[in-house]
Ligand binder design. Structure first.
Ligand SMILES: Nc1nc2c(ncn2[C@@H]2O[C@H](COP(=O)(O)OP(=O)(O)O)[C@@H](O)[C@H]2O)c(=O)[nH]1
Ligand SMILES: Nc1ncnc2c1ncn2[C@@H]1O[C@H](COP(=O)(O)OP(=O)(O)O)[C@@H](O)[C@H]1O
Length: 195
């Protein structure tokens, strides 16, 4: 049995806030039938968000207990809330699906790369600052929240060179097409290696 036959990948969609990570990850994920690793967060669900579909929404106490127990492979504290990904969730999905994806900020992407090495493929999405401002306001986010996120724009952009792939997300369907093609190459490689 070749080693490649057992190869697993975790595709991490990252980039600055509002760059289209969630929209694109879920479109590509649906097209290619990839399984999504859900984060845990202590923030409230926003309108339209659903438990176990967008995030696992948990209390700060529950989060801290799980963190003490070593359940999270990475955690961040952003805007007064905790976010984290559980190692067991990744491994559970990997037991049945070789290809899974997750949506994270660059800090989280970096920590997952450290934890899982070559299995992690980072797809960095970006657009210029004004486009991100416009899209987040259109999405219905408040001006203060959008400006607070944009304050981290340069820091997030500085992570681009470390990622395996980067895509300027100008035209949504074009970006989805490009990323689908990249991931399909991994899927096809996998199929070829089965022979
Ligand atoms: N490192 C890390 N970042 C996360 C996690 N879950 C979400 N994020 C990122 O945390 C940031 C804040 O998320 P939030 O403001 O709630 O916006 P959202 O993008 O609409 O979910 C976004 O950049 C998310 O992509 C996680 O588990 N770990
Ligand atoms: N290429 C694009 N052109 C215009 N709007 C876009 C494009 N890509 C994404 N959007 C929109 O921008 C907003 C931010 O995208 P989202 O996926 O929520 O970003 P993120 O998860 O990175 O914060 C959403 O309302 C989304 O529909």
């Amino acid at each position: 049995m070749s080693q490649a036959k057992e190869r697993r990948h975790l595709f991490v969609f990252t980039g600055p806030d509002g760059s289209g990570r969630k929209t694109i990850a879920d479109m590509v994920g649906t097209t290619l039938e990839l399984k999504k690793v859900l984060s845990y967060t202590t923030r409230e669900a926003r309108q339209g968000e659903q438990e176990d579909q967008d995030y696992h929404f948990i209390s700060a106490d529950a989060f801290r207990t799980e963190e003490r127990n070593g359940a999270f492979v990475e955690t961040v504290f952003i805007g007064g809330f905790y976010y984290g990904v559980k190692k067991a969730d990744i491994e559970r999905l990997w037991a049945e699906h070789r290809f899974v994806y997750v949506i994270l900020n660059p800090e989280g992407a970096h920590l997952l790369k450290q934890a899982f090495g070559d299995a992690v493929i980072r797809l960095f999405l970006y657009a210029d600052r004004e486009a991100l401002r416009h899209r987040q306001l259109e999405r219905g986010d408040g001006v203060a929240l959008v400006e607070e996120r944009l304050a981290h724009y340069e820091a997030a952009m500085s992570y681009l060179p470390q990622c395996e792939y980067a895509f300027e997300n100008v035209d949504l369907s074009h970006t989805v097409f490009s990323i689908t093609n990249v991931i399909e190459q991994y899927l096809n490689r996998q199929l070829l290696n089965l022979d």
